[in-house]
Write a protein that binds this ligand. Structure first.
Ligand code: HEM
Length: 390
């Protein structure tokens, strides 16, 4: 019988092919083509994100073409998130995940890994690391902006646009207020901790650019980390029993490094986001011979690239020791994820800290029926898992 993961992938292939038939879209799905397009920002431009980012959260790195503004912002952001932060992030996330899982154990009910683990941990992380207060509606606002910026405009109707603009305004106002308060604290000599906000204020960017950089980075932290974590669980919980048991055992032993590798291999089989987008400024021909016309929104289908047999050995198999070069989870070249590059692996650290204590719960399994599965929309509101009493 076909595995659930394979079935999901085939549905995705059909959906992405349907999108590519739209006259405004083109599709690249081979690993070589996708990497080549990501490496040519002059032809495969990020303008497709830029226009929408400016409408909601303001201009941001991922929408910027090569140039001095991009260079200054990436330098400032990298300096505000030094690799030396990783041990503190790991310690913080471990404590918070253990608290949340402890709450679930004490409640005696199944754990909702969305509302009871991923969302609260990531929202608290945004406060802890970026210095942005996250009231209850914050995640809803970020989701609205993110689906408008990164979603298909075929699906983003006028309502999506209007809601995203309002949400973007609310988020930007909140960050502005937080920056003003922080500046006062610094002036009083009282800024207690050096988080990303304090470091950016101490750098060279104007207040507007600090706000926009924080808004974009917070979005880039929250949505993909939550989405990747949930996709990872979907894949792991469908693995053959013996394989899953060996992973659970590693989690119970506190083998965080193995769970980190496992999470990335699971994410390869169901990456989040499922595709990246670019906009062609010119007619172009790729090394593979594939031609793409100018003025297309190009869907870079990373879900398919991650299963391309020409680049990935036994692409449908779960192989946690696979070389890193056989997966594409965090982009490539100029716009590669700044939170996941060597030495500053914030994303991988958060994934490992979320997954390890969860997988260590005795006999962790889905609850029966729909609540035990993610819905067709990737950022579901709930995913319920049960476990045996400790
Ligand atoms: C599992 C979690 C994450 C995943 C899967 C992920 C994925 C990605 C991908 C695929 C890109 C490139 C997008 C493109 O080229 O169209 C990207 C860019 C980016 N990511 Fe992440 N990301 C994650 C977590 C994070 C975290 C934790 C941070 C911040 C600490 C972050 C900050 C950024 C930024 C700032 C960019 C834009 C970089 C640029 O334009 O130069 N991401 N991410």
């Amino acid at each position: 019988m076909m595995s659930r993961s394979r079935f999901g992938y085939l549905v995705w292939r059909i959906a992405s092919r349907l999108v590519s038939w739209h006259p405004h879209y083109a599709l690249l799905r081979g690993m070589g083509d996708v990497l080549e397009a990501l490496g040519k920002p002059e032809v495969f431009s990020v303008a497709v994100y830029d226009a929408r980012m400016r409408a909601v959260l303001g201009p941001f790195l991922l929408g910027r073409q090569p140039g001095p503004e991009y260079d200054e912002e990436i330098r400032e952001l990298a300096a505000a998130m030094p690799a030396s932060d990783i041990p503190d992030i790991e310690k913080w996330a471990r404590q918070r995940a253990e608290q949340l899982i402890g709450d679930a154990i004490n409640s005696g009910s199944p754990i909702d890994v969305v509302e009871g683990l991923a969302n609260p941990l990531l929202l608290d992380f945004v406060q802890y690391y970026y210095g942005v207060p996250t009231e209850p509606e914050f995640l809803k606002q970020i989701r609205s902006c993110s689906s408008y910026i990164f979603g298909l405009d075929l699906l983003n109707g006028p309502r999506g646009h209007v809601e995203a603009v309002a949400a973007g305004r609310a988020i930007s106002d909140r960050i502005d207020r937080a920056i003003e308060e922080r500046k006062l604290e610094i002036a009083d000599g009282g800024a207690s901790r050096k988080d990303v906000m304090t470091r950016l204020i101490e750098g060279s960017l104007s207040t507007d650019r600090i706000r926009d950089t924080i808004g974009g980075t917070v979005t880039g932290t929250l949505i993909p980390t939550i989405g990747t974590f949930l996709h990872t669980l979907e894949v792991l919980l469908d693995l053959p029993r013996a394989k899953l048991e060996s992973i659970r055992h590693a989690a119970r032993q506190g083998n965080y490094q193995r769970i980190r590798r496992v999470a990335q291999e699971a994410a390869r089989l169901k990456p989040f986001p499922a595709a990246l987008f670019r906009y062609t400024t010119d007619d172009t021909c790729l090394a593979s011979g594939k031609r793409v016309k100018a003025h297309k929104a190009v869907m870079l289908d990373t879900t398919s690239a991650n299963r391309d047999r020409r680049a990935v050995d036994r692409p449908g198999d779960f192989e946690e020791d696979r070389p890193a070069g056989q997966r594409l989870l965090f982009g490539h070249d100029r716009h590669r994820c700044i939170g996941a590059i060597d030495g500053r692996e914030i994303a991988q650290t958060l994934l490992q800290e979320l997954a390890t204590p969860l997988l260590a719960l005795p006999n962790l399994r889905r609850v029966r029926g729909r609540p035990g599965r993610l819905g067709p929309l990737t950022l579901s509101d709930h995913l319920l898992l049960e476990f045996d009493p400790q």
